[in-house]
Design a protein around this ligand. Sequence first.
Ligand code: SF4
Length: 303
Amino acid sequence: MNGDEVVLENIERLRVERKAVILAHNYQRPEIQDIADFVGDSLGLARKASSVDAEVIVFCGVHFMAEISAIVNPDRITLLPDTDAGCPLADTITPQGLITLKKLHPQAMVVTYVNSPANVKAESDYCCTSGNAVEVVKAIEAPEIIFTPDRNLGRYVQKVTGRELIIWEGCCPIHDKISVEMVVEQKRLHPEALVVAHPECREEVLDLADEVASTSGMFKVVEDGGRDEVIVLTEAGMGHPLSKRFPDKQFFFPREEPLCPDMKLITLEKVERSLRDLAPRVTVPEDIRLNALLAVERMLEIG
Ligand code: SF4
């Protein structure tokens, strides 16, 4: 047996011994997606984390995602195999910053994208993901809505719902870097291709897309799109689950591939170590957890 096979065998053994489930985001390395019990986007993973029958959840994603698991599963152990896996978008907002903004708009309800720290969720009325942000905003009747922390998603939701939003000026550097020129180049190379974009992309990039969808929504778009070639405007890890699901289709990403270094930090060796040592664990202080849970549950209720 070579080294990789030993690691894989250890993971299989430890997964059973620890009564663990492995959840992986669509942007994770292919080999991590391939050992996961469930692969999905943040909404799918949040739902899964709240319904799995396991004592240990190994979260292969970034820190805020593991925090959601800890928020909805206080009695289970949530592991994040590499604690350096953070999210620069989540880092753009602090609870103090949000509290200051709330004071300026005391009538406003706060909708916070899941890509945010737990202590910011705790200051929010609703959470949302890219898959349900439009539905969440549509469901709110308050005169004002603060939307944090992704400005591109906020502007997209504003456009689709027609609601004026007070938008936090954060962004995902990976999606924000996808330019009009990159998309035009791919469209020139693949003129018959369907173009699907993640709503964390800039408005002018979304304007060039045939469809805007979350990573999970992209599967349905590709299925219904009826095209053999698809230009995908999101993190390039998405190519793996798409190619697995649709082996006869071709997927193209911008030439300078959008890659999130944080999403690539988790390796098979780190998953093995994490299962063996039951560390590093992610926990959320109880007062923050309870307030954040309210916002997460309101989101899960809406869909
Ligand atoms: S792709 Fe963007 S939003 Fe997702 S974890 Fe990386 S930096 Fe954060």
